[in-house]
Design a binder for this molecule. Structure first.
Ligand code: ASP
Length: 621
């Protein structure tokens, strides 16, 4: 073998000094994980990575790993002196090919934790196909490494069983969605990545055009407009496993690019779309998780979801529910509640009966949590003692009638603990909605379902932004429900939209709606959103013109595939179901993206980078 191949510049290359370090004619016959007692007595060839190596008084044991699992291969000098001699050189993550006989392990060496734990492969021939740098952390279920380290060494990380399993679940999901939707007559059609801005309410990623200097493509936030154009173009049923890009600050568990199972259908109402969504979801859980979901999925209006659960994506397994008290405090002497109601806000209560387990210390902790995390001004509470009296920091401010009203609405009795929120609609619900799930789970007030799918229907078309300006709740193409069209001119905020979500265990799996297929309705919505005629034409002229070419009624949906994969793989983070995810700061630590580019590239694009403005408190350099 040439010196080049043996070069010590390669990690661990000193070990690779055998002329047979190629595959030769030897080919794998079985996956490591597939070597079972049924193969005892047969000769097999296995290939994979060295998980670990142990030297027991001259006999060398190696756990060999491939994507199907682990098998123990053993090197005994009396079986194959050459292979045994070379096995001493093996290190973690070296790549091997080994031929040998499957033998039953002696009873005391059987490993019941391993599916292949009854047998081992007694090696007759060893080929070391490659050497390897020492892994930065053990290739195990729990590598005990910080996630930053795992992401930097993503190749090693991906070799671990949980990530191998997660990407298999993901694969099963793609196949399931394709099979289900093809069977339902949907056509898979790709739409461009270099596209125009789509209004999903996030910031666009822009790609400068070299051929049209000064102009930019936008990466699609979703294929929304394009799939609507496909409906107008007569394809009737479309789907795509689509990559979407949203340049958002990654607060929670989000990714800058993510995958949707995106679909759209023509000549349908809400019912036909929901039937498809239920079918896709049920099949996905069956195909990728081996789980049978109960059908039909329960339904809840947005208004009821908020009123009862304080959330538009409630975990309905949690049995606690909120109670409405606003009307009791329209003319109260208690300022904290009265002021909220005067400003158009609400007073809501989360009653928890038999709540002795929640101590005063716990209540204080909850109060500082909702103040810090959810912007609550405080957390009012009442505990009803055994003698029926109220222990509460607010009781003295309440009239007898108010106390009686609260007792009646909440069914409070001795042992009950009542939490109150008096605030804007969104904030009050966010606070109590969060306490509802946290405390419900903590106290075991949950039903026995492992999976709780739910349709949430009829979200409002519009909402007010922080400046009080009317804005769309999801996106501007959502069709209003037919009965509410009359509210267009009188009270658009109260107008319900056809928007629906699929929710599972308190997580939103995806969203969709019927769309405005008539340009007059679409124009009216743009007008209410504050677009001038000119802006409308400039940004959406092509959509409005397309509607005018004869658009059929249509509607659709997009499932967040990453989130479904996360649920079905039992993963803790979206990053664990994406092969090469980005960090919270939008970086790929393995490939080191984003990165600076050559000045020549910028010149070609006619772009110039200006220095970053100094951060507050920092001196300009
Ligand atoms: N385009 C929407 C989204 O990405 C989904 C849909 O309405 O089909 O959320």
């Amino acid at each position: 073998m040439s010196d080049g191949v043996r070069s010590s510049a390669r990690p661990g290359a000193g070990h690779l000094d055998h002329p047979l370090d190629q595959m030769g004619a030897l080919r794998r016959t079985h996956a490591c994980g597939a070597i079972g007692a049924d193969l005892v007595g047969s000769e097999v060839v296995v290939a994979g990575w060295v998980q670990s190596r142990r030297d027991h008084g001259g006999v060398i044991f190696v756990d060999l790993r491939d994507r199907e699992g682990l098998v123990q291969v053993v090197f005994r000098p009396e079986v194959a002196a050459d292979a045994h001699a070379r096995a001493g050189d093996l290190r973690s993550e070296f790549v091997l090919l080994a031929r040998g006989n499957v033998e039953r392990r002696t009873p005391e060496t059987v490993n019941p934790k391993l599916p292949t734990g009854e047998v081992e492969v007694a090696v007759r021939e060893l080929r070391i196909l490659n050497v390897a740098t020492p892994p930065p952390f053990p290739i195990e279920e729990d590598p005990g490494a910080d996630e930053i380290v795992r992401l930097r060494h993503r190749i090693h990380d991906l070799r671990r069983a949980p990530l191998q399993r997660a990407l298999r679940v993901r694969h099963a999901l793609y196949q399931s969605a394709r099979a289900t939707l093809s069977k339902l007559d949907f056509l898979e059609i790709e739409t461009p990545i270099l596209a125009r801005a789509t209004p999903e309410g996030a910031r666009d990623f822009l790609v400068p055009s070299r051929l049209q200097p000064g102009e930019f493509y936008a990466l699609p936030q979703s294929p929304q407009i394009m799939k609507q154009l496909l409906m107008i173009a007569g394809f009737e049923r479309y789907f795509q496993i689509a990559r979407c890009f949203r340049d958002e600050d990654l607060r929670a568990d989000r990714q800058l690019e993510f995958t949707q199972i995106d679909l759209e259908m023509s000549f349908v109402g809400v019912e036909e779309v929901l039937a498809v969504l239920e079918e896709v979801t049920v099949r996905a859980w069956r195909d990728a998780g081996g789980i049978e979901l109960e059908r039909p999925f329960p339904r809840l209006s947005y208004a009821d979801a908020m009123a009862r659960y304080g959330s538009d994506k409630p975990d309905t397994r949690v049995l606690l529910e909120l109670v409405e008290l606003t009307d009791l405090f329209r003319s109260t002497g208690f300022r904290a509640f009265g002021a909220a109601v005067q400003k158009g806000g609400v007073v809501k209560c989360l009653p928890i009966h038999d709540a002795d387990a929640l101590t005063r210390g716990e209540i204080d902790r909850l109060e500082s949590f909702v103040k810090k995390e959810l912007g609550a001004k405080g957390l009012a509470w009442v505990r009803v003692s055994a003698d029926g009296s109220w222990q509460s920091p607010i009781a003295k401010f309440l009239s007898d009638a108010e106390r009686a009203g609260i007792t009646e609405r909440t069914q409070a009795r001795s042992g009950s603990l009542l939490f109150f929120a008096a605030d804007e609609f969104a904030k009050a619900h966010a606070i109590l909605g969060r306490l509802r799930t946290d405390l419900g789970r903590q106290l075991g007030r949950v039903d026995s379902r492992a999976w709780a799918p739910l349709f949430v229907l009829n979200f409002p078309v519009f909402e007010r932004d922080e400046h009080g300006k009317l804005t769309f709740m999801h996106m501007p193409f959502v069709a209003p429900v037919e009965e509410d069209i009359a509210l267009f001119d009188s009270d658009p905020e109260r107008m319900r939209g056809t928007h629906y979500d699929v929710v599972m265990n308190g997580l939103e799996l995806g969203s969709g709606s019927l769309r405005n297929h008539r340009s007059d309705v679409q124009r009216k919505i743009f007008e209410l959103l504050g677009y001038s005629k000119g802006e409308m034409e400039e940004r959406f002229g092509f959509v409005l013109n397309a509607l005018d070419t004869g658009a059929p009624p249509h509607g659709g949906f997009a499932f967040g595939l990453d989130r479904i994969a996360m649920l079905l793989a039992g993963a803790e983070s979206l990053r664990d179901v994406i092969a090469f995810p980005k960090t919270q700061r939008g970086q790929d630590l393995l490939m080191d993206a984003p990165s600076a580019v050559e000045p020549g590239q910028l010149e070609e694009l006619r772009l110039r980078i200006t220095p970053a403005p100094p951060a507050p408190g920092e001196r300009a350099r």
